[in-house]
Write a protein that binds this ligand. Structure first.
Ligand code: C5P
Length: 292
């Protein structure tokens, strides 16, 4: 008898936050060498996969925008890459992507979607997840870290991952006022590519340790992003007025984050920002020690 209950595999594709990002060099192929302390929010897009007679792909949600539903979408590229490796297991699937993260905004939306699609499809098709990182790296430098989905230090071009065993709960607010920034353009606009590496992070840091550590680090992509989009500073100034412990841009921008003492402080700050700027993307969240 046919199973009449449709099994759906559904995963959150969490926002990726670069708490610190140092650019330390450049490879011969033009990719940059970096060191980044990366965490993942308890908030993000959602990728759902279920059986279908033919392949389908649908995008919905507040940041659906003009995202293509064709073979250029990273989710479809992830499906095709996994299917090419496991053609016997990869029956047709219907994939639904719910976009809650702003696009091209430095919090890894596309890479996190691709990683969630790889994990959801591997579960759906009964494929061992071991080789996903290698497949993911061919889709984008940030996909392997998004597959990890837990606090980590990334090195190399972002693909060499050192998980952090114990990391504190960090209440945060993410803000973007509608800027999309091209990552290649930001890297191309860098003045310096020979910055020092990240300092060592003590093991099992508490929130105070992390904030002290971050004060001794930077996001080296910030000045380049600000050169391309001078209004990015508006977001930082708005966050600075909310009693945050630390305010910084994530990735190549323009999403900025602020860290607070408590979840209540973060929620209060988010509510005040939403009231003042109803058209901005504002999310109160926290870095999830175990990922999304
Ligand atoms: O790998 P991905 O397609 O996500 O990278 C987008 C672009 O960002 C690359 O084409 C490259 O220009 C730039 N990039 C870089 N160094 C990295 C990661 C990305 O120069 N480590």
């Amino acid at each position: 008898m046919l199973d009449s209950v449709e099994r759906t595999t559904s995963l959150i594709a969490p926002a990726k936050i670069n708490l610190a990002l140092h650019v330390t060099g450049r490879r011969h192929d033009g990719y940059h060498l970096l060191e980044s302390l990366v965490v993942f929010a308890n908030f993000g897009d959602r990728v759902s996969v279920k059986r279908s007679l033919v392949d389908r792909f649908e995008i919905s949600g507040p940041f659906r925008g003009d995202l293509p539903e064709d073979e250029t979408n990273l989710v479809i590229r992830a499906r095709n890459a996994l299917r090419a490796r496991f053609p016997d297991k990869a029956d047709p699937v219907s994939i639904h992507l719910e976009k809650h993260l702003p696009i091209s905004s430095g919090i890894g939306g596309g890479s996190s979607d691709a990683a969630a699609a790889l994990r959801a499809l591997a579960a759906h098709w009964n494929i061992e997840p071991d080789g996903l990182s290698e497949i993911g790296l061919r889709l984008g430098a940030d996909v392997p870290m998004c597959l990890e989905g837990k606090p980590l230090i990334a090195r190399g071009i972002g693909d060499e991952i050192e998980p952090i065993a114990a990391f504190p709960h960090l209440p945060m607010v993410l803000v973007n006022f509608g800027i999309s920034i091209s990552t290649p353009q930001v890297f191309a606009a860098l003045d310096r590519r020979d910055n020092p590496p990240l300092p060592p992070l003590r093991s099992s840091p508490c929130a105070d340790d992390v904030c002290a550590y971050l004060a001794a680090t930077e996001n080296h992509l910030f000045s380049a992003a600000e050169k391309l989009c001078p209004s990015i500073g508006i977001t930082l100034v708005a966050l600075q007025g909310t009693g945050a412990r630390l305010v910084r841009m994530s990735g190549s921008g323009g999403t900025c984050f602020a860290i607070y003492h408590s979840d209540e402080d973060a929620k209060r700050a988010a509510a005040a920002l939403r009231q003042r700027h109803p058209d901005w993307f504002v999310a109160a969240t926290y870095c999830a020690a175990e990922g999304g």
